[in-house]
Design a protein around this ligand. Structure first.
Ligand code: SF4
Length: 349
């Protein structure tokens, strides 16, 4: 099933009720959450995400601040209430703090969250707290300095760990996201969970996903949700299941008895949570993805730079959301049969 390329907009087919009643997809799932990548650039080189010699987009190919604000406005007008700022690494984008304030102050946007690798984040924490950032996901696959260097191919452990400590001590809700990979950091499942004994944060383990820009074969021995859970239960027999934070959440939550923090597991490859999916993505080059596993359904940047109005953008958004795949498997089957997967830094996670 080839998705229709959104080129012309027959306004008659989009009744006014649909136009303003909030985004609901063709499986009756309300779409209220935008994951917005503000750059594809990154100051780390995580092996599961990109090649060492990653070629980033020319600046002119990235969305400008004003283009980003137009898209956030259009999405908010259509019912998007939560925005997660991703990348690449958001804090390498020049003027990122001013952009965050503008997004935070957009009418209709209720929550702004950030995903960061922590290299440049620490100095901004007081202002992020003042801004009322709803939560921060810190991507950190180990608390071991040497293993960090091996996994990221950069010597930034000290800066990232300082960000972790500062965030754990701040009032901003913190999750640490670690991708678990065979022969790489499986020992960290226990070690990183131990940190939740005295610190109030959520340690989340994520299944590896194929978004590595074709740098390597997707692993045959995947550390699945169940394998991570069994490992944790064996090490922490008093660990209790807490369920999900809400029905659209991707993480299954747990807590070890007497520990301050929580543990989460995200079945990113097994895709067990698509039934309540409430999210769309806009990549740093302006591509709309209605599923992480699709290959992009239209390019908003091209539309804006060809003179499209906000109403045109809204209709394209509605048309795309009402033409979604049922789940990540269907999206993968229909779009990646012959095309490899982009690097996660090009998608925004
Ligand atoms: S895989 Fe696609 S459908 Fe499933 S939760 Fe992720 S974005 Fe939604």
């Amino acid at each position: 099933m080839q998705l229709p390329v959104i080129s012309s907009f027959d306004r008659e087919n989009v009744d006014s009720a649909t136009f303003s009643s909030g985004l609901v997809d063709n499986f009756n799932r309300p779409i209220t959450y935008l994951r917005l990548a503000v750059t594809d650039r990154c100051n780390l080189r995580c092996a599961y995400c990109m090649p060492e010699n990653m070629r980033f987009l020319p600046t002119k190919e990235l969305l400008t601040d004003d283009e980003i604000m137009r898209l956030v406005g259009v999405c908010a007008a259509q019912g998007i209430r939560k925005v997660r700022i991703t990348g690449g690494e958001p804090f390498v984008r020049r003027g990122i703090m001013d952009l965050l304030w503008r997004i935070k102050e957009t009418s209709g946007i209720e929550e702004v969250h950030i995903t960061t690798n922590g290299v440049l984040t620490e100095p901004h924490i007081p202002e992020l707290q003042k801004m009322g950032i709803a939560s921060i996901n810190l991507s950190m696959d180990t608390f071991d300095a040497e293993r960090f260097r091996d996994l990221t191919r950069r010597d930034e452990f000290a800066a990232v760990h300082a960000t972790f400590e500062a965030l754990a001590a701040s009032a901003i809700p913190l999750s640490v996201n670690a991708v678990i990979m065979e022969n790489k950091n499986t020992d960290d499942v226990i070690a990183m969970s131990e940190q939740t004994q005295s610190k109030q944060f959520t340690m989340r383990f994520i299944e590896e996903m194929p978004f590595n820009g074709g740098t390597h074969e997707f692993p045959t021995l995947l550390w699945t949700h169940d394998k991570i859970l069994t490992t944790l239960k064996t090490a922490f027999p008093t660990m209790m299941a807490l369920g999900k934070a809400d029905n659209t959440a991707t993480a299954d939550l747990y807590q070890i008895q007497g520990y301050e923090g929580k543990i989460g597991i995200i079945a990113g490859f097994s895709r067990t949570f698509c039934g309540a999916c409430n999210r769309i993505r806009i990549t740093a080059k302006g591509t709309l993805k209605t599923c992480l596993y699709d290959n992009g359904v239209l390019n908003f940047k091209t539309m804006m730079r060809s003179g499209a109005s906000d109403e045109d953008l809204s209709e394209a958004l509605i048309r795309s959301v009402t033409n979604r795949f049922r789940d990540g498997f269907e999206a993968e089957r229909h779009t990646h049969a012959t095309v490899g997967f982009d690097s996660m830094s090009e998608i925004g996670g």
